[in-house]
Design a protein around this ligand. Structure first.
Ligand SMILES: *Cc1c(COP(=O)(O)O)cnc(C)c1O
Length: 365
């Protein structure tokens, strides 16, 4: 990072290329294109897959708002679908392939499949239905760098995968993102649109590799810079260790919280999926106690959050609330995210678990 700053070349250059190569290698993808954020990655993935005016793009409502916003920026219409919810005594907060099938009308072009909390969604069912219905699968792998499914990396299971390196994600660099794909045409399109649709980068021109350029599409400035790529190389090397630490801490939480009255834990997933453990989510059995519980935990200096207020409840997306989303509606009021980060200690997990058990008893008494 100091070298990147001292080099005097701060915009996209050789460290970005090195970061891309390392990330492609890590995920086992043919191409990796670094961008300025996870949101930019999603936007470029949609545009590069041809999503535009007249198209519908399906995504879960229990999600961060970014994917829904960029579907609109691409000129397409978001269609919100439901999660799996409670099934066979398990609780699954990932998107529901049967509801994706139901939501897909004649204008449906793509589905943005989130791997909620870092655990792969039911991608087998989604890929089967995408094939049958002619849909493109774009993975929102913002929670899932290092997550695996049947031996393959999350983000490489559909046509395009999108990652975020925002400060609170598993692999933070400040702001940044990555698009991965095995599709040469999509990769080329993403590269072009990332930098104004220009046929040559300033870096190429500075090195004398190109003297002029053409603009062959209306693009964006979604480039990543050199200092952040240098940080990314360091963070990528740390990611497996950090994810392993998250897995141990999540296992400790499960040990402490499994079977506690009033609480349920989302499924840890099938044996063929390895979570990146981005989030430690618990589900309160009773609705209406979450605010009080959060305030009580905050008073004990324990920060909690909610992933997510569903997209269809926001004013900007109210028109999308016509589609019934009963499982999302039933669970969104009751999800609670506990602290989880790689350098957390097992003692801190115990402290949070003790406080949660304590306060649960108090607020439900
Ligand atoms: C963080 C996140 C994004 C957006 O990533 P940024 O890098 O913050 O733009 C998109 N989708 C999901 C699910 C996320 O968690």
């Amino acid at each position: 990072m100091r070298d990147a700053v001292a080099s005097g070349w701060w915009s996209t250059g050789p460290r970005v290329a090195e970061f891309e190569a390392a990330f492609a290698d890590f995920t086992g993808s043919r191409h990796a294109v670094a961008v300025s954020s996870g949101t930019a990655a999603l936007h470029l993935a949609l545009v590069a897959c041809g999503c535009g005016p007249g198209d519908e793009v399906i995504l879960p409502s229990l999600n961060f708002v970014a994917a829904a916003s960029v579907v609109r920026h691409a000129g397409a219409t978001p269609v919100l679908c439901d999660i799996v919810g409670e099934r066979d005594l398990t609780l699954d907060l990932n998107l529901n392939p049967a509801d994706v099938d139901a939501a897909a009308g004649p204008r449906a072009k793509a589905v943005v499949a989130l791997h909620y909390g870092g655990l792969a969604c039911d991608i087998d069912a989604l890929l089967e239905l995408a094939e049958r219905r002619g849909l493109t699968v774009i993975e929102d792998a913002a929670h899932a760098p290092g997550g695996m499914h049947r031996g393959r990396a999350c983000g490489t299971l559909g046509r395009v995968g999108c990652f975020s390196f925002f400060s609170n994600k598993n692999m933070p660099i400040g702001e940044g993102g990555m698009v991965v794909t095995a599709d040469d045409a999509v990769a080329e399109r993403v590269r072009l649109l990332r930098s104004h649709g220009m046929t040559a980068l300033s870096w190429d021109r500075a090195r004398g590799h190109a003297s002029g350029y053409d603009v062959v599409a209306s693009g964006f400035n979604y480039r990543l810079d050199e200092p952040r790529a240098a940080i990314g190389l360091v963070q990528l090397a740390r990611l497996p260790g950090a994810n392993a630490a998250r897995a141990r801490l999540a296992a400790r939480y499960r040990e402490r919280l499994d079977g506690v009255a009033g609480l349920a834990l989302p499924t840890a997933g099938p044996a063929h999926a390895t979570s990146a453990h981005h989030l430690m989510v618990v589900v309160l059995q009773r609705a209406g106690i979450r605010d009080e519980l959060r305030a009580a935990l905050a008073a004990r200096r324990i920060q909690t959050s909610v992933h997510y207020p569903p997209i269809h409840r926001f004013s900007a997306f109210a028109e999308l609330s016509a589609r019934p989303l009963p499982r999302t509606d039933a669970l969104a009021e009751r999800v609670l995210t506990l602290p989880l980060y790689a350098h957390m200690t097992e003692e801190q997990v115990d402290e949070v678990a003790d406080a949660l058990i304590d306060e649960m008893e108090r607020v439900t008494r």
